[in-house]
Design a protein around this ligand. Structure first.
Ligand code: V47
Ligand code: SF4
Length: 381
């Protein structure tokens, strides 16, 4: 008969591993999910957080652009999408898109986060044009654009490999990829919540190709719906494996499911405690990710602030024009001022640092909008 570890000795072994910087296994992850209390998780995750990022907490000044909400897919968790003929559906004109970019540039934003639906009628060139016209008019804005769901759609539209497509987009001004579309990779869940769109292998393949071309990207996980703890740990380990191979991920962002106006509206939104637990476990499992982001739009300001002591070192940005979460019932404000963000970070005992998308410090000299400063990547431990 094999030796079976008690819950207590497993947790004490995990403690020692974290102290020594040793990687946690799937079984360790499950033990954290099932047996660790919130304060143990917080203590361990904070240790790793401070080892990797000291007392710094990063934020950026950004704007969201969702050029259309019309989408051929019907993910059960999505409140943002609209049918082609629905009165809720919209498609922004070039003029509206440029107006949004002009506003972002004028406010001193360094980043535009661009994602949206897969419109039934719009050709590949339309998506390319979004990036091209913004980059031509506002070259200072970093364009973090499109998830693998969209890149996979572009492959279907053009019958061209994603590498080719990326090269064309880089020429047009693409800067990096956001982390969306990951949801939960495990097919037991994915086949129920978004069976039609890019599967786990495709999501990974597309990020791998992006990293090979030098594009950096983020990764997310949508939790608090029908998934079980083992699906979350499986998700984190899949991301960690790709990061071992490419090193191209910058930040991991756990995203809590918001049920309002979705087909899963019978599910209750995750509690603040679950949010903090997932944040801490993510920090502990993803030993090769430099940053963990507490996306305040999704978490709410109070939980995001607490998350800075539960593994998170980044709080995303001032964010404006966010639709995906607000359509699904988020009651966080649409925008937070820079002073508000910095105050929130300082109150949590952290040192606020404005960063650009690629984690360079942004130094704002008086009388100018911004210039990129020193690289903020600390040594990996
Ligand atoms: O992929 C959709 C999620 C994601 C709902 O890379 C929902 O810096 C909760 O990926 N409830 C898009 N979540 C957002 C995203 C993101 C956000 C912030 C920063 C970054 C980054 C990326 O939002 C989707 C999906 O997982 N989502 N509907 C909903 N009802
Ligand atoms: Fe479409 Fe994205 Fe919503 Fe899925 S999550 S329905 S792909 S807009």
């Amino acid at each position: 008969m094999g030796f079976i570890m008690s819950d207590e000795s497993r947790l004490s072994a995990i403690h020692k591993k974290v102290e020594a910087g040793v990687r946690l296994s799937f079984e360790d992850g499950m033990a954290l999910e099932e047996h660790a209390d919130l304060f143990t998780l917080g203590e361990l995750a904070n240790k790793v957080r401070e080892r990797k990022n000291g007392r710094f907490a990063y934020y950026n000044i950004n704007t969201h652009l969702n050029p259309t909400n019309v989408c051929v897919y019907r993910c059960t968790f999505c409140a943002f999408r609209a049918d082609l003929k629905s009165p809720k559906g919209y498609l922004m004109s070039d003029e509206q898109i440029l107006h949004r970019a002009e506003e972002a540039d004028r406010r001193g934003a360094t980043e535009l986060h661009i994602v949206g639906g897969l419109h039934h009628l719009m050709p590949y060139e339309w998506y390319l044009n979004v990036v091209r016209i913004i980059h031509e008019a506002y070259p200072r804005l970093h364009l973090k654009a499109y998830t693998p769901v969209e890149w996979d759609w572009f492959e279907q539209l053009t019958k061209r490999p994603v590498r080719d497509i990326f090269e064309e987009f880089i020429d047009a001004g693409l800067g990096s990829l956001p982390g969306g579309g990951a949801e939960i990779f495990h097919p037991e869940v994915r086949d129920k919540i978004c069976e039609h769109k890019a599967d786990a292998d495709n999501w990974m393949r597309i990020h791998r190709e992006a990293h090979k071309l030098g594009l950096r990207s983020n990764a997310t996980m949508l939790y608090g719906h029908i998934e079980k703890p083992m699906h979350r740990i499986d998700h984190l380990i899949r991301l960690r494996t790709l990061q071992d191979e490419t090193g191209g991920f910058q930040t991991f962002i756990p995203l809590a499911f918001h049920p309002d106006n979705t087909n899963l509206n019978h599910i209750k939104k995750a509690s603040g405690i679950t949010d903090l637990r997932v944040m801490a476990i993510s920090r502990l499992m993803l030993d090769n990710f430099q940053h963990i982001k507490a996306y305040w739009v999704m978490l709410g300001l109070q939980t995001a602030q607490l998350a800075l002591s539960f593994g998170a070192d980044d709080i995303d940005g001032t964010v404006v024009h966010e639709l995906i979460y607000h359509d699904a019932g988020s009651d966080s404000p649409q925008e937070l001022s820079v002073a508000g963000l910095r105050r929130l970070i300082e109150e949590a005992g952290r040192v606020p640092i404005e960063r650009d998308t690629l984690y360079h410090e942004v130094v704002r000299a008086p009388g100018t909008t911004w210039k990129a400063g020193r690289s903020l990547q600390l040594q990996m431990v």
